[in-house]
Design a protein around this ligand. Structure first.
Ligand SMILES: C[S@@+](CC[C@H](N)C(=O)[O-])C[C@H]1O[C@@H](n2cnc3c(N)ncnc32)[C@H](O)[C@@H]1O
Length: 218
């Protein structure tokens, strides 16, 4: 019991550190090097993985709205959630032309009891030492038969490992491999639709790993 409480406190403090970091960098997040350079390549791959029929989606950890923008431009109806108020403030002002297609939430209370046929979660798994913890949480918001698309730094890529070392100076990231993530997803009742890489797009060695998986009906 005491151990569980301690683990909960460690997890809360880790999450708060990440939010504090993103509050600090929000204004320059999209324009700084190498985020902007790698980000453009990541968004290209992400846009190619979206289901062809636009539907409702939850962009979990939407940040300044970079991934949300890809979905809005593809005619999705969107809910954007991010725990960093500063990142979310940037997202809210970024898409006045799509105002009617998107709602923005800063609190998980606003997501409670709702489910979406598509959840996108780009650049959030990076900060989770335990991938299963985030996937379990996302399952609360995913309809049976729904699809999850997420990204993570690739632990089998030298660039992913360099990112891990450099992140010690900002906010620690935890790269993971396609094999570990797919095994966790399958054990949780998902079937894997597609695995892609970005920067470079070469299978297995790209810095960023993207996975699309569908939650099978029970
Ligand atoms: C690398 S940014 C990515 C933002 C956006 N998805 C994009 O593609 O530009 C990571 C975002 O995840 C958010 N985040 C961090 N921890 C989170 C958590 N536990 N749950 C949801 N979002 C989280 C941060 O506030 C930040 O905005």
């Amino acid at each position: 019991m005491a151990r569980l409480r301690l683990e909960g406190q460690i997890e809360k403090s880790r999450k708060n550190k990440v939010i504090e970091y993103y509050n600090k960098v929000a204004r320059r997040y999209e324009n700084r090097f190498p985020t902007e350079f790698i980000g453009r390549r990541e968004m290209r791959v992400f846009s190619q993985m979206l289901p062809s029929e636009p539907i409702k989606a939850l962009d979990f950890g939407c940040g300044t709205g970079r991934s949300t923008g890809v979905l809005l431009r593809a005619n999705y109806t969107l809910t954007g959630y991010d725990p960093s108020p500063e990142m979310l403030a940037m997202a809210k002002s970024a898409y006045p032309q799509f105002e009617r297609n998107v709602e923005w939430f800063n609190s998980k209370n606003d997501l409670a009891g709702k489910q979406w046929p598509l959840i996108t979660c780009i650049g959030v798994m990076d900060y989770f030492p335990d991938a299963a913890m985030l996937i379990r949480e996302l399952c609360n918001y995913l309809m049976p038969g729904g699809t999850l698309i997420f990204s993570c730094p690739n632990s089998l890529s030298p660039l992913g490992r360099i990112f891990q070392v450099l992140s010690r100076f900002t906010c620690q990231v935890y790269p993971k491999s396609e094999y570990t993530l797919c095994a966790i997803l399958r054990a949780m009742g998902f079937s894997i639709n597609e695995v892609r890489y970005a920067f470079p797009e070469t299978r297995g060695i790209g810095h960023t790993l993207f996975i699309s998986a569908t939650l099978l009906h029970e």
